[in-house]
Design a protein around this ligand. Structure first.
Ligand code: PMP
Length: 369
């Protein structure tokens, strides 16, 4: 078996131990004589996995008791729509921070939902530059958020542009001022401990730090969920899934099973404090290589907001970037091509990427200067 060093942006690397356990259990899960995929979602064997996954999220993230933990479908993109459908009621306004493609997309969906119901989705702050791109995130002090907005929304990590909030500080939150704060944590959920109580709702597609694609983790204050619109289809109301413990309809059972194994692996590593230490070491190996390259590699992102999850950089020209990706691939480093909309190189360093992988890539980068 020849496993590569996988730096993909998502779906992304999973811990080898998790894949091996899934492989061992694939044909006969826990003596049931069938795969976990083949079980009824109402049966005992699956229910145990499902409830353990929920309680592991609670334990690993120290989720307060008055918050709901849900496993939903439709990806983070569905959350872009589901959030305004639930919370952007007629006549109300929401404030969106836009510092990358995902913030733009969230705003776009909110505008559509708002238009059909006489509501408004406004830009609280944006860092879009004259080239139409993003190289920083607006500091929370510059966000323009009226005290009566329904909520403020931002993405903690802009996956394509490699810009992250809250690296050396708490994540921005206006929750203490009574403003419901909603955060798209798709590409940095679980990278370190986060104070869940700073948010009314957070969400993440699983396919970066949590498991495979097909399931979205949503954590929300129940009091906030109570305010959600009751006139939209039931399947779109968060309360439906909260009340049914994410078993309202058939959940993505195999994906949730893998998320449960990933959470177990995080606990075995020593929890989120240990995960954070490794993540910082991984990112600093790559940023150090950039800094030591005499300008051959150039990271465009503002120094204090350089993502620890997605390190983006440019080479002198596109031909050099293409050659770098090809040479890296031959050496066993895959998934390094930047997003098609941004170009350049992107090194995704999610939890399952090992320190060894990051250090080996850093050495390769320096040898390629
Ligand atoms: N938000 C962020 C920050 C993302 O990185 C992504 C996916 N790369 C999305 C939202 C969209 O996620 P999905 O494909 O699960 O809808």
């Amino acid at each position: 078996m020849n496993r590569v060093f996988n730096f993909s942006a998502g779906p992304a690397a999973l811990p080898l131990e998790v894949l091996e356990q899934a492989q061992r259990e694939l044909l006969d899960f826990n003596g049931t004589g069938m795969s976990v995929m083949e079980q009824s979602h109402r049966g005992k064997a699956y229910e145990t996995v499902h409830m353990r996954a929920i309680s592991r999220v609670r334990r690993v993230m120290k989720v307060p008791d008055d918050y709901s933990v849900m496993f939903l479908q439709g990806g983070a993109s569905m959350q872009f729509a589901q959030v305004p459908l639930n919370f952007l009621g007629a006549g109300s306004r929401a404030a969106y921070v836009v510092n990358g493609t995902w913030g733009e997309k969230a705003l776009g969906e909110a505008k559509l939902a708002a238009a059909s119901r006489g509501a408004e989705a406004l830009i609280a702050a944006t860092s879009k530059n004259s080239k139409g791109s993003y190289e920083s995130a607006p500091p929370v002090a510059t966000w323009s958020v009226a005290s009566d907005v329904a909520y403020v929304h931002y993405a903690s990590n802009e996956t394509i542009h490699g810009i992250q909030y809250g690296i050396d500080d708490a994540l921005p939150s206006l929750e203490a001022r009574g403003i419901a704060t909603i955060c798209d944590m798709s590409s940095d959920m679980l990278w370190r401990p986060v104070n869940v109580a700073d948010f009314s709702l957070i969400y993440a597609g699983a396919q970066k730090n949590l498991g495979p694609s097909g399931v979205t983790l949503v954590i929300a204050k129940r009091k906030f969920l109570d305010q959600g619109d009751r006139a939209i289809p039931k399947v779109l109301q968060y309360r439906t899934h909260d009340e049914a413990h994410s078993l309202y309809n058939t959940p993505p059972t195999f994906a949730i099973y893998l998320v449960d194994l990933v959470l177990g692996w995080i606990e075995k590593q020593g929890g989120l404090d240990a995960i954070e230490r490794t993540n910082r070491a991984k990112a600093s190996a790559i940023y150090r290589a950039i800094a030591a390259s005499d300008g051959f590699y150039r990271c465009p992102v503002a120094a204090s907001q350089r993502s620890l999850m997605n390190v983006v950089f440019r080479l002198p020209d596109e031909a050099a970037e293409e050659a770098f990706v090809a040479k890296a691939e031959k050496a066993g480093f895959v998934g390094l091509k930047g997003h098609r909309s941004a170009g350049g190189i992107r090194v995704s360093l999610y939890n399952a990427v090992t320190l060894e992988a990051a250090e080996r890539l850093a050495a390769f980068m320096l040898s390629a200067v």
